[in-house]
Design a protein around this ligand. Sequence first.
Ligand code: UDP
Length: 314
Amino acid sequence: MRVLITGAAGFLGSHLCDRFLREGHTVVGMDNLITGNTRNIAHLAGNDHFTFIKYNVSNHIFVDGNLDAVLHFASPASPIDYLKFPIQTLKVGSLGTHNALGLALAKNAKFLLASTSEIYGDPLEHPQRESYFGNVNTIGPRGCYDEAKRFSEALTMAYHRQHNLATYIVRIFNTYGPRMRLDDGRVVPNFIGQALRGQPLTVYGDGSQTRSFQYCDDLIEGVYRLLHSDFHEPVNIGTQEEMSMVEFARRVNEITGNSAGIIFKEDLRIKDDPQTRRPDTTRAQQVLGWEPQVSLKDGLPRTIDYFRNVVNAT
Ligand code: UDP
């Protein structure tokens, strides 16, 4: 296959490039680098099967030659990033998704959308099944991301229904691993960075809010399987390993041997911060035969090793 991956220089986009190349496919990677970084794909320089184009996909996308699949992963994805770039986030989720879908249609290619657990908002149903419609505050600090992704899903289904395009929607739950940005503000890099510097971990609010963290390789496997399936409705990909942020902070301090403890902090994001989050992954299991393979016990030390090198280099 020859595939286009938007957001190729991001955390997940770059792992996706690696996976497709490893499977013998040819990859065109696109990224405007507002939150991505070419460091994540530097190891692909000189690979004949990989091309990188620095481009903002919110503008009309030109790609020469055939394409078999378009995977749309471009978007700021961490709360501090989309608070900083709210308009770009809305544009890439609307105009960018439209352009990526239009390109897929023109090339007769499959289209896969990176959607998110954020479309469920602060959920009133727990765990979250794909059938849940969500509880999103359109005008809150997360609205720009949540609504952009909800629009992306609606547009993707419209292309599927009106143009019969082979489309796929993955709803990605909290994912962590090497190549996350140390300063992206999300809880995993924040806690690990603080722990490695011997600082107290900043728990926002009372820390009772929960998340379920999946290792990036599991997510990529789910995406790869979904693209090769004939299932066109959204599929949650995430783990059942749910924990409170206080509990997660303790885990990080324990593994890193950080004795500085935790401090409680208010944060702008606390408004509309989802109080619980855990996917129901029955669908992924039934449709894709997918289950997460890497527990936090194994994935966290690998991620800490990665961040140790980053912290030492800064
Ligand atoms: N969080 C925290 N301390 C931090 C960063 C985040 O307690 O230094 C909390 C945040 O309030 C949220 C959870 O960790 O409840 C996950 O936040 P993250 O930004 O990783 O992603 P989200 O799942 O909210 O998109």
